[in-house]
Design a protein around this ligand. Structure first.
Ligand code: CA
Length: 558
């Protein structure tokens, strides 16, 4: 007995070492990084923000995918989906789909996935039941969602965001296991299988029985080795040597290196090299004096020159934001509020900033070089960004210097990430840069819902970090959500009103677009998507594979 036990133990130790050290056939393997920051330990679609990247997208799948390049919802597990009345959305599932263990995937799994969150209100998507009334499954392939008060924008987002679970596995789990289980050896429906993992890598094996092979084509890499990489510099070296095929890291130096290393691929061959993926905003704490004064916040918008940041900090790898933080993607720009921007927009113009400050009563009374508040009190704006986020640290310093230029005492401040985040959520800051909810989605509503999140509470976990309180604006964001997505004119009308309030009150200032960082090596894999062949949005970030990552795997060549 003892011998067997030791043998098993030795085998166990060997097999876990094996995961890290085994050499896979190079031309069958894709090495990727930029979306995993800790040793793999969670594959739960119920806690996707903690899960290894690919948990949603590669293992578990969504009803639709979304392609931001063409602004199209791509039927995925769903073969089609449509509003059959203003309160009912009907989905037809594809036939012949199976889970990784061979069980058929049917309408019952979809119904179960949603109803699980009704039973267990701690599940992140359970608030859908505030506006979803019931789900019917007239047959194995039809799902009818009936809403009490439909939220069209949110629903379009959920359709490609929420992974569908296998009922035959998840119905047997305890509540605790559902909520906090690691879900190792996850059984999904996707193009890749959970193979193994090591401390610095997750290894996915291609699912040769994937239902999608017949629909979309088979992904080219037999294996994906997803790596944690200790620093951006290490990632840069790996890209140059061809050890990393696909990187979603921000890599300083790419514009220069591309000139020498012709096998480094980026989306654009010249500036800005990267697609724009999310908007960095400067939030102001609107609950403290004098930052509660919209005149001050608006004047400061004129003091910031984001083009300097784009050039000096990002070497031209990012673009300055437009006035309302709208990403330059089809799905958002079709709603762009040009009238509000024309009437209330701002631009870098320190002269205007100074005159607006003068007019609002901000003057240097004691002649120390900085303006005092209208009541004569001294103040200083501290701009918080997490320590170690070198690009943001540099940017915060530039903004502080630009504030000083117009006579506002300001300084960049670098707390460690957890303090930065706690301060942001609890409102213990004067100004802070954040992009946590401004990422590319199917609708600018997601970004508004983050910027103007309501109601205001002690801790703001989901945005509106400066606790800007404006019920009229909150109502408009709700109204936008309840406007059918295909009524462009009606959506634009609401967005014009939102933008007017935003630009007049400036609770946050849009700065620049962080890139969809993407550097690929053409040494092993070719056919990467680019401006010239824009077949997929090149992302392998957690929760984002279904916005292009999987399509990229299908489109690769050798
Ligand atoms: Ca002064």
């Amino acid at each position: 007995m003892k011998k067997v036990f030791i043998f098993a133990l030795v085998l166990l130790i060997f097999s876990s070492m094996f995961a890290a050290d085994v050499v896979y056939k190079r031309d069958e393997t894709l090495y990727a990084g930029g979306g995993m920051w800790a040793p793999p330990s969670n594959w739960s679609p119920i806690t996707p923000w903690n899960a290894v990247t690919g948990t949603v997208g590669l293992l578990y799948e969504t009803l639709f995918n979304y392609d931001p390049l063409t602004d199209t919802l791509i039927p995925w597990l769903a073969e089609s989906g449509k509003w059959t009345s203003n309160k009912t959305y009907e989905i037809k599932l594809r036939k012949g789909m199976t889970w990784h263990d061979g069980h058929p995937l049917t309408s019952k799994d979809v119904k179960f996935t949603y109803e699980l969150a009704k039973q267990i209100p701690e599940i992140y998507y359970s608030p859908v039941w505030n506006w979803l009334a019931k789900i019917d499954t007239p047959d194995d392939y039809t799902v009818v969602f009936t809403f009490s008060s439909p939220r069209y924008h949110e629903w379009s987002y959920d359709l490609y965001q929420n992974p569908i679970l296998p009922e035959h596995i998840w119905a047997k789990k305890s509540k605790d296991d559902v909520l906090t289980g690691a879900n190792e050896k996850a059984i999904g429906s996707g193009a890749y299988l959970f193979e193994t993992y090591g401390t610095d890598r997750m290894i996915y094996l291609r699912n040769d029985n994937w239902w999608g092979n017949k629909v979309f084509g088979q992904p080219k890499p037999k294996r994906i080795v997803y790596l944690t990489v200790s620093s951006n510099n290490v990632a840069l070296g790996m890209i140059m040597k061809g050890e990393l095929d696909c990187s979603n890291f921000f890599l300083p130096g790419i514009p220069t290196l591309k000139k020498t290393y012709t096998d480094i691929h980026t989306w654009f061959d010249k500036e800005p090299y990267m697609l724009s993926d999310n908007t960095a905003y400067l939030f102001f704490n609107t609950t403290i004096k004098p930052l509660n004064d919209p005149n001050l916040r608006r004047a400061l918008a004129y003091a910031i020159d984001p083009t300097i940041i784009a050039k000096n900090v990002y070497e031209g790898q990012v673009l300055p934001s437009n006035n309302v933080g709208f990403l330059p993607i089809k799905g958002w720009m079709k709603f762009y509020p040009e009238n509000a921007v024309k009437q209330y927009g701002f631009k870098y113009d320190p002269k205007t900033a100074r005159s607006l400050l003068d007019k609002a009563g901000y003057k240097d009374v004691n002649k120390d070089g900085y303006r005092e508040a209208p009541d004569g009190s001294k103040f200083k704006i501290e701009i918080s960004v997490p320590y170690g986020w070198t690009d943001w640290m540099e940017s915060a310093k530039i903004i502080a210097a630009q504030f000083v230029q117009v006579g506002i005492n300001a300084e960049a401040k670098f707390p460690d990430y957890s303090k930065y985040n706690d301060d942001l959520i609890s409102g213990k800051f004067s100004a802070a840069i954040s992009n946590s909810g401004s990422q590319m989605t199917i609708s600018p509503w997601t970004s508004f819902n983050w910027l103007f999140n309501s109601p205001i509470s002690e801790n703001m976990y989901n945005g509106n970090f400066g606790k800007y309180n404006n019920q009229k604006l909150f109502d408009l964001v709700t109204q936008l959500n309840s406007t059918p997505m295909d009524d462009t004119a009606a959506n634009k009308k609401v967005i014009e009103q939102i933008a007017e309030i935003f630009l007049k009150d400036m609770p946050a200032i849009p700065l620049w677009y962080n890139g969809m960082w993407f550097e690929a090596s053409t040494q092993v894999w070719k056919g990467w998507p680019s401006e010239k062949t824009p077949y997929a949005y090149p992302t392998t970030w957690g929760g984002r594979w279904q916005t292009g990552g999987v399509m990229m795997l299908i489109g690769l060549k050798q």
